[in-house]
Design a binder for this molecule. Sequence first.
Ligand code: BES
Ligand code: ZN
Length: 615
Amino acid sequence: MPQMFYLFHFFLLLIAVSFSAQLQAQVRDQHSFSNPEQISSSHLLLDVTVDFDKSELRGFVEHQLQRQQKNANTLVLDSRALVIEKVLQQKADGQWASARFQLGQAAGILGQSLSIQLSPGSQKVRVYYHTTADSSGLQWLSPAQTSEKQQPFLFSQSQAIHARSWIPLQDTPAVRVSYQARVRTPKQLLAVMSADNSKNTERDGDYHFDMPQPVPSYLLALAVGDLHFQSMSAQTGVYAEKTWLQKSVNEFADTQSMMDVASKLYGQYPWGRYDLLILPASFPFGGMENPRLSFITPTVITGDKSLVSLIAHELAHSWSGNLITNSNWEDLWLNEGFTNFFENRLMAEVYGKGRADMEYSLSVAELTRAMPELTKADQALKLKLTGRDPDEAFSPVAYVKGQLFLSFLEQRFGRERFDQFVSLYFKTFAFQSMDTDRFLQFLHTNLLDKYPQVVSKAEVEQWVFQGGLPDTYPKRPSDAFSEVEKQLALFVAGTPQWQTSQWTVHQWLHLLDKLPRQLSGTQLINLDQQFSFSQSQNVELFVAWSRLAIPLNYEALKQPLQQFLLKVGRSKFVVPLYRALAQNPHWRDFAKQVYQQARPGYHPLTQAQVDKIVQ
Ligand code: BES
Ligand code: ZN
């Protein structure tokens, strides 16, 4: 055992050394004030109290420092909406003393730099701080906003640059830290983090965490609530409020199979356990790939496993994203495109090619719908984010165009060669950051130059740096979708003969995608009477139907829509719905009135997005 221990630590040391070398070569991240190329933080110790009365996190973070430049003596951290109380440093002789610090000018979404003056040889600093109401990385929920309605709830969402609003740190994906944490909460609540949670066998309000593998700051995550755990398999389990526990275990029972398939495809799962945390419905995303503990919206718990590709997606990030990390938000496609590609491979292996083909087609449709609304520059995989909030450039391009680029390469080089390439990629760059240029270099060396005349440099450049969707993306026709289109054609011809008893959720989604946008009131009523779209318990279906029916003033939708918007805060749904409402002059007042009621329950990120739509 001790040998194993030393071996493991030696392994981590190797990572740290190769990482330091890499830091020197990095281009600066324009979304961070930090100076890791001079002094980098390599390990964090977080010690905080969760105060639900004040909606405030309070305590300190201690940074273990590595001098990348010998004489550098200013450490620069990122912070936003934090009150910095004092800063201590541990000097070369081991004594703690106060350190001078200065907060820079507030710069919108980037926040403020926190510059700390170090004595030569200081190895550690401690920043004492507390969060504020503007700490956008945290959502504080009252008991009424939870499922059980008895206890409050807190969760963090750090990606892309919100970690700095709850921990002062070097908030760039080019820096990785291992971490330990101690979190104090009210006794009856449980705290969980993106780390080893196994020390917390007792529910006593004093929780300890350990994350031995280094992770980028956007993967630091914390949640506190009336959480309970249920195991699903040797490596997997669910944390959730009681209402969701058994339902989640049933819905996500295939998680271990997904892990096994993933490990076989692209190399051993590198993080030990993989658990899921089910959040309240205001969680602004579908899922967030926090390492060892993905954060998951309850809206994918449908009872029929129809939306579990979300789990495949977050799990796939354990390799693409968490193991190899985009070094800059302009390279987000390296995280999300690879993950979508990987996700679809997992879905094919676990649920069959037919289902994966349908999900692929639905993704292509989503991209095709989004493209015309984006500028040419935002249609390229490699983004330009100078002066912009990384959350704003968020679109299906990184996800789906990225996925299609990789599918294109797979088709040209053949699955076997491409799988070997991807495995080698994960092995070669594990625990490192990656940018587009470095990836392209690796692609050239290991595929393009090795098998000449299969894919040209110009084709690659077009995919990565230009707008539009190259028509060379692989088409994957689906029999199940052809069946939908056949029946749809009859409906459009005025001779509907619906035979839908065998249809899957994906077929219904395809139907809603393809239905003409101009339907008469009678047609809407008939469709709804036959298929109960307005009552659908499947959120994807309900939202697809609503997006069709809102512009057509379908009155019967109003009541279920209001209920939905009051309950769910997932921005992928909420934002397009408010947009559709605001674009319809007859429904604008309705939108205002619903939003006024719903806003306090939304996450700050969702609020900021909807504020721009509904005035
Ligand atoms: N990492 C993302 C969420 C994210 C991306 C947060 C960028 C902040 C900035 C996560 O893995 C994700 O992609 N979630 C998707 C689901 C997925 C199946 C497409 C979501 O939340 O809808
Ligand atoms: Zn993702």
